[in-house]
Design a binder for this molecule. Structure first.
Ligand SMILES: NC(=O)c1ccc[n+]([C@@H]2O[C@H](COP(=O)([O-])OP(=O)(O)OC[C@H]3O[C@@H](n4cnc5c(N)ncnc54)[C@H](O)[C@@H]3O)[C@@H](O)[C@H]2O)c1
Length: 371
């Protein structure tokens, strides 16, 4: 048993479960079963056949259909939640109540109130809460971050995200959780472009205000299949996000950053431009990074980051170290999304409030109104 800083003991290897055995779960299961520090104690899905199939494929000790019962069984140290968005908050709360550390797929929650509740509940229960923005762990993203930290861009002036994806009608089929505000909590921005937006915030710092337009141009859904937003960062830099899930292109994501001393473009997880006033002596090396060849999904959509972020989460748990991508960090990108939706709905510029520290809550979206 390893002591956890919050006072409870962790088993070694960690007894870990994965809840929700749909599309993304195999990436968690493959990552977890590759770690000697982890014992796959259970898989869980409301559809028994999915829980059973995942348990068989990845060698889980048991499978379950009710995560509340599973959490109460007292057999778990940590859990990955791979559930539809509207179920994240209630499952995090159930895990916290059972004093189980939680690693939740993005986004943290579908409402600001839920985000506050889960952060406070995990704090009070003394459990770690991690959020899955795995693209920060990609080598190309790390190179960008290093260049920012070293000041190689000079003053960062602008950043832009272009995201295009082609979703089928099946993805948004009636009855599925995608496509509805109550269950998905948003569309192209919340479910797809969110990863590039997370990278943008990670690299440029917090957003201060947004002005956005949203549209549902092709799919028969409630949420946006197309969106455009202009963002002002607290640093004064300006950024844009354009995203769609109705394009001809199957999957294309691009982030560009320009500053007084440098410019870089990240295109589909590769550095496509690397141009600095220092002559970019590392250009050949950085532009040769190509991790898509090694990704578990055939078209490289999810990138190679799941294994890395889960290893980091597990190592942090076992070492009693804080996990950087925690609930508060995960909350920042949700705050930006909610501000964009507010702006899209009202047509007004929306300011994001600075995180409140004293009450342990973070980043409420500020009052909405004309600039
Ligand atoms: N990080 C990434 O790159 C990435 C990629 C894809 C999806 N995701 C995220 O992963 C999460 C799941 O997405 P998905 O595409 O795998 O969805 P999915 O619909 O394929 O899978 C969700 C699974 O949860 C199960 N489920 C529903 N209610 C349940 C309950 N009460 N108890 C147990 N199981 C329940 C469903 O039966 C289904 O098998 C979402 O948050 C999504 O945004 C992240």
């Amino acid at each position: 048993m390893n002591p956890c800083p919050e006072g409870h003991l962790l088993n070694s290897p960690l007894r870990y479960a994965v809840v929700g055995c749909g599309r993304i779960a195999p990436l968690h299961l493959a990552a977890l079963t590759a770690m000697p520090q982890v014992r796959l104690a259970a898989t869980c899905d409301i559809v028994e056949e999915r829980a059973r199939a995942a348990a068989e494929r990845f060698g889980a000790e048991r499978y379950a259909t009710d995560y509340r019962q599973l959490f109460r069984s007292g057999h778990l140290d940590a859990v990955s939640l791979c559930l539809p968005h509207h179920l994240h908050a209630e499952a995090i709360l159930a895990a916290a109540e059972a004093r189980i550390h939680v690693f939740c797929e993005k986004p943290l929650a579908t409402t600001p109130a839920d985000a506050d509740r889960v952060i406070v509940a995990c704090d009070r229960a003394g459990v770690r809460l991690g959020v899955c923005y795995q693209n920060r762990y990609n080598r190309a993203s790390q190179e960008l971050r290093k260049a920012v930290d070293q000041g190689r861009f000079g003053r960062i002036l602008q950043a832009g995200i272009t995201f295009q994806n082609r979703k089928s009608a099946d993805y948004y089929a009636p009855g599925d959780w995608h496509g509805r505000w109550a269950t998905e909590g948003g569309g192209a921005l919340t479910t797809q472009a969110i990863h590039m937006m997370d990278l943008m915030l990670w690299l440029l710092g917090p957003a201060a205000s947004v002005q956005a337009r949203m549209a549902t141009l092709v799919h028969a859904i409630e949420v946006e299949d197309t969106a455009a937003a202009a963002i002002e960062f607290a640093s004064g830099a300006l950024g844009t996000v354009v995203a769609t899930t109705a394009a001809h292109t199957f999957w294309s994501q691009r982030l560009e950053i320009a500053g007084t001393h440098g410019k870089a473009v990240l295109l589909n997880n590769r550095i496509d431009e690397w141009d600095f006033a220092d002559g970019a002596p590392d250009r050949t090396e950085v532009m040769a990074i190509d991790e898509l060849r090694d990704t578990p999904d055939e078209r490289g959509r999810y990138g190679p980051g799941h294994g890395r972020i889960l290893r980091d989460f597990v190592h942090c748990l076992l070492a009693g170290r804080p996990f950087a991508l925690d609930g508060r960090e995960g909350r920042q990108i949700s705050d930006l999304l909610w501000a964009i939706y507010e702006s899209g709905r009202t047509g007004h510029l929306v300011r994001l409030r600075r995180p409140a520290v004293s009450d342990g809550l973070v980043g409420h979206v500020g009052p909405v109104g004309p600039a």
